[in-house]
Structure formats: C-alpha cells, structure tokens
Design a protein around this ligand. Structure first.
Ligand code: MLT
Length: 378
C-alpha cells in the first residue's frame, strides 16, 4: 500500500483528516517495520542495537522529538480532540493492537490518560503494577519487559522512578516504548498536552506554519530541580518559540539552569511574573525529598506559591497551568486553582488527545495495522 493510500485509509477508518500522518517518508522502505512509523524524532533505540532487530519508533523525550515532531503530534491531536467531543468518542484505528502500561511509580492521571487514549483507539489495554508483580519477587526490569513483550503486546508505556529506564526498556524490546515519566528526567506526553492546551487557550493555530508560542512569556515556578515535567515543558515551550523563565529558590533549581533553553532564571517570582502570559506551577516533589530544600512550607508558599493575592494581582489574561496533582495551599491556592483561566482541566483533556495521537503515530503504520485494517468501520 502506498503512503498516500495508507493515509486515505486512515482517514476513512478514523474519520480524521490530517496531514500529520506522514508514513510516506518510510513507507515501503527497509526501515519500516512492525509497529514503526515515520514520526519525526521518535527514536529507534532497538535499531541502534543491531540490524537483526526491527526499528520500532519510541517516544522517550522532547529533545528527540524536536519541533517538527511536536507539531506533527499536536496537529493530529487536534483531530482526536474532535473525536472526544463525539457522542461515542471512539475510533477503530488500533483495533487488534495491545498497549500495556508498565508503571513502577504511583500515578492516577497519566496511567488513566494513556489507558483511556488506547481504549478510544479501540486497542486492548493491559495494566501492570509493580507493587503487585514479580518485581516484588526479585525479577529484573529486563526480564519483566521481555515477559510482557512475549505476551504479544504492540506498545509499552513505561513510568519509572529512575531516569533512563524507558530508554533501557526500548533497547531490549522490539515494540515502541512511550516514556510516561522517568525520575527527574522527562515526561514528554505531559509537555505535549501542555502545548496543546496552551495553544488552544491562546487561540494559536496548530498549523505548524509559524512558531506557535512566539511572543509568549512562560514562567515555570516551583520545584524545578526534581521535576521531569519542568525539563520537558521548558524544551517544548521554547521549541515552539516561547521565552521561558524559571523561577525558584536556588535550592530547587537544577545544577546548571543556564544550560536549559531559557530566557531567564529568577529567584523572585513577582519580578518574574511581570509581562508573563502564562505561569506554570510545579508541585514540591515531597517523595523526592524536596521538603528538605525549603525552610518551611509556609515561607515557600508565600514566596513561590500562587497565593490568592498573587493570583488577583495577575493581569486577567494570564493563564495558570499545573500538571497535577495539585497540593492546594502549598504551590497553589484554591482561589487560583479554581479560576476559569486555570487550565488544569484543559491540560487533562489535552492529555488524552495527545496520547491518542502518539499511540496512533507509533502503531498505525506498521505491517499489522496498515492496509485493509485501516479501511474498516467500527
Ligand atoms: C509527574 O508525573 O511528574 C506529574 O505529572 C507531576 C507531579 O507529580 O508533580
């Protein structure tokens, strides 16, 4: 099947008209293998291990995805957001495929979001919880990953407390791996969701023709040191043209913040907020010991929290974002969290659309889901 007819079939099957599906570059080429797609920047770690393995594309971080890859995912997510508004928000695009969520760390929204996204694409979903698994009996991550792969899954969504664990899994298995958050390192689908939600709130078209967030000042405030979200959001916002300011006490900044793609690093939130279009608030990562980096929660909250007073001093068009879970009364007050211009719910909705786009792009153009399968109806 040609790339063009593959895309037509995808459109027919899903009802989604998008130019974000670009299997053409690889269609029919030796690089196109099971589960593979031509998503720009989604890495192919297994390919790097040797020619005997397939070349599944994985999404491990924003750096690897790059600006074009971000644009491609966001554009497709727009179509899937439209699906979510239908009375039956489901398309048969990944019928017969199986997605497993392999979570070694607590999660509510990310796991539910990935599983909802997979189900809305009609994929089967398997759920793995480390606390109720053979990991408890001493099984290694590699053996667990290979066991899950042997069950015939088509994609593995990994969350792990150690930075780099999803990349390791991707190097062992032959199917695409999606990083759902690894240690302090990266949380790429959260950043993609945030770009999608922010562009929507600002009325910025996702056409990829211009830098979507050009002229926007984004202030990221809080526990930047321990936050994988901060790393991925900073990269994604700045790739889309935003000027990013990091605001935090010295103790909660990463070792070399000036090496991040930021316009400014500030220790004074009120100063940083001058001229801001969006303030992105991060939770203190208590489970990573962040409490020990601040003198007291009360003082931290007064200096770096979006208190009711601080929220009311912001210009009305300034958007407030938070990846969740929010700890009300610490990094954000209830007054701020409940404002209409707080985009938390938009971010959650965007998360499903963006994860549908990622899973679709990773899984739809391999040999299993191409051709006739994409031409059907639900
Ligand atoms: C994460 O997984 O890092 C969350 O989305 C943000 C948080 O836990 O504070």
């Amino acid at each position: 099947m040609t790339a063009a007819s593959r895309q037509d079939a995808a459109v027919a099957r899903t009802g989604i008209a998008t130019s974000a599906l670009v299997p053409s570059a690889n269609a029919g080429s030796p690089e196109e293998t099971r589960g593979g797609s031509a998503v720009r920047g989604m890495s192919a770690p297994a390919a790097a291990n040797g020619p005997t393995r397939g070349a599944p594309r994985s999404l491990l971080d924003i750096e690897g995805l790059g600006r074009d890859g971000i644009v491609e995912v966001l554009r497709l997510a727009e179509s899937f957001a439209e699906v979510a508004r239908r009375p039956i928000p489901k398309v048969p695009a990944l019928r017969g495929r199986t997605v497993v969520s392999l979570f070694f760390e607590d999660s509510t929204r990310t796991r539910l979001s990935f599983e909802t996204a997979a189900k809305r694409l009609s994929a089967d979903v398997m759920s793995f919880q480390a606390s109720a698994s053979s990991i408890k009996k001493g099984e290694s991550l590699r053996d667990t990953a290979l066991t899950i792969q042997a069950m015939g899954v088509d994609a593995i969504v990994v969350r792990h407390p150690s930075a780099g664990a999803p990349a390791r899994v991707a190097s062992w298995v032959d199917v695409p791996v999606v990083n759902a958050g690894d240690g302090w390192h990266a949380h790429p689908t959260q950043a993609l969701a945030d770009c999608f939600a922010l562009c929507g709130a600002l009325g910025r078209p996702l056409d990829g023709g211009a830098e979507m967030l050009a002229g926007i000042k984004a202030v990221i405030v809080g526990d930047i040191r321990h936050s994988r979200v901060a790393r991925s959001v900073t990269q994604a916002f700045s790739l889309l043209g935003a000027a990013v300011t990091l605001a935090a006490p010295r103790s909660l900044l990463p070792p070399a913040p000036e090496t991040w793609p930021v316009a400014e690093v500030s220790h004074d939130l009120d100063d940083a907020l001058r001229g801001a279009d969006v303030v992105y608030v991060l939770r203190l990562q208590a489970e990573r010991g962040a409490g020990a980096y601040v003198p007291s929660l009360r003082e931290y909250s007064a200096r770096y929290g979006i208190t009711a007073a601080r929220a009311s001093s912001l210009a009305p068009e300034v958007r407030i974002m938070h990846p969740g879970p929010m700890v009300r009364g610490v990094e954000i007050s209830s007054e701020a969290a409940d404002l209409d211009r707080c985009l938390v719910d938009d971010q959650v909705r965007a998360g499903i659309a963006v994860r549908m786009a990622v899973l679709f792009l990773l899984l739809s153009s391999g040999d299993g889901a191409s051709g006739a399968e994409l031409g059907g109806h639900d």
